[in-house]
Ligand binder design. Structure first.
Ligand code: SF4
Length: 356
């Protein structure tokens, strides 16, 4: 058997997780991939599921597979100092924004989603679970977010910020509050790169408003390019037609620039891998970065609690990641060259290990 390369090991760890006893920075529930421990794998940030049954473990700062040294070093990201502070009215900063990986400040500005009814909800999402658990507050004000961002910058040296939102009932689908929050952060930290994440806003002019507020990257996340998968997994969000996504991506590339626009694509929802890669090539041709991540079975989601969907086969994830990375490299597109956001962070995907 050939020894796994560092890249294939990282893909495998992203799926199987790690038995890490002490990860001071972790994400429970929330929007997007979570329930992860933030570690540095050979110095590179990675969000790895914490799984007591994983064959991967850690001893003496080394990653072990079934007890054997993989040659990769592991270090838990230390708990940031800003977590020890609270606002004047007593809200812990940790409930307003969290450290992701080692240098990204992330917040969900509105922690509720109009699509969270059981028959509309994205089956992989747990956005309101952290709210129910009391780990966050429903709506963060621009002033609260700016206060926390400044502290995280001064105390912990964050280098970029990600702001996402649950979808609101309004025509803007939540983008207007995002813009207010970006503006407030940029008033106190004018040079901090900020990425915003939202659904395609009903009025495309909102995309310009987000840029004018100071955001420099944008994620408009479709999660799957396959309409059947979208209908099955995202009954609410999947009702937004692909034509709206394409129009929003095109406008976002016009406003934010080539490779400053990205979209999450989840592997493991039952899509055809070849069709996924073909769709990715169209996105790349538009200037949109496809952030390919594995579907992760999270407690509190319908996919886990009701459907019992397992994580994807590591070989399929590895093959898709390798092919998408090759297409990105051929186009000269890398996540690391984006100003801010998930692709710039890279912790939740193995694309960065493949030079993309
Ligand atoms: S890739 Fe995005 S969600 Fe994952 S740790 Fe980085 S900023 Fe957070």
């Amino acid at each position: 058997m050939t020894a796994p390369t560092p890249s294939s090991t990282r893909v495998d760890v992203a799926i199987q997780g790690i038995r890490l006893l002490d990860a001071p920075v972790s994400r429970r529930s929330g929007a997007g991939p979570s329930d992860d421990g933030h570690v540095l794998l050979d110095g590179v940030g990675a969000a790895i599921p914490l799984n007591p049954r994983s064959p991967y473990s850690v001893r003496g700062g080394k990653l072990l597979l079934d007890g054997a040294d993989t040659g990769l070093g592991v270090e838990a990201v230390r708990r940031p100092r800003f977590y020890d502070r609270s606002t004047a009215d007593g809200v812990p900063y940790e409930k307003i924004a969290r450290l992701h990986s080692s240098n990204v400040l992330a917040t969900t500005v509105v922690q509720t989603c109009v699509r969270y009814d059981e028959d509309q909800r994205c089956r992989f999402c747990a956005i309101e679970e952290s709210l129910r658990a009391g780990a966050t507050v429903a709506v963060k004000s621009p002033a609260q977010i700016a206060e926390v961002a400044l502290a995280a910058y001064e105390l912990d040296g964050i280098t970029q910020m990600v702001m996402t939102t649950g979808t609101s009932n309004g025509r803007d689908r939540g983008a207007t509050h995002l813009a207010r929050c970006v503006r407030a952060v940029r008033e106190v930290l004018p040079d901090l790169p900020v990425q915003v994440q939202c659904e395609p806003p009903g009025d495309l002019a909102t995309i310009q408003e987000l840029y004018d507020a100071g955001a420099r990257s944008i994620g408009i996340h479709v999660e799957s390019l396959d309409d059947d998968v979208r209908a099955r997994w995202m009954p609410g969000k999947g009702s937004v037609p692909m034509s709206e996504y394409r129009a929003a991506w095109a406008e976002a590339v016009r406003v934010f620039g080539w490779n400053e626009v990205s979209t999450y694509l989840l592997v493991g929802l039952g899509e055809d891998p070849d069709e996924l890669v073909a769709g990715v090539e169209e996105l790349i041709a538009m200037g949109v970065y496809p952030f390919v991540v594995p579907f992760r079975p999270l407690a509190g989601t319908l996919a886990t609690d009701v459907d019992h969907v397992p994580a994807p086969d590591p070989r399929v994830l590895g093959s898709v990641t390798t092919r998408v990375a090759a297409a990105l490299r051929a186009a000269g597109m890398t996540g690391a060259s984006q100003s801010a956001g998930c692709a710039a962070c890279g912790a939740c995907s193995a694309l960065s290990c493949e030079g993309a």
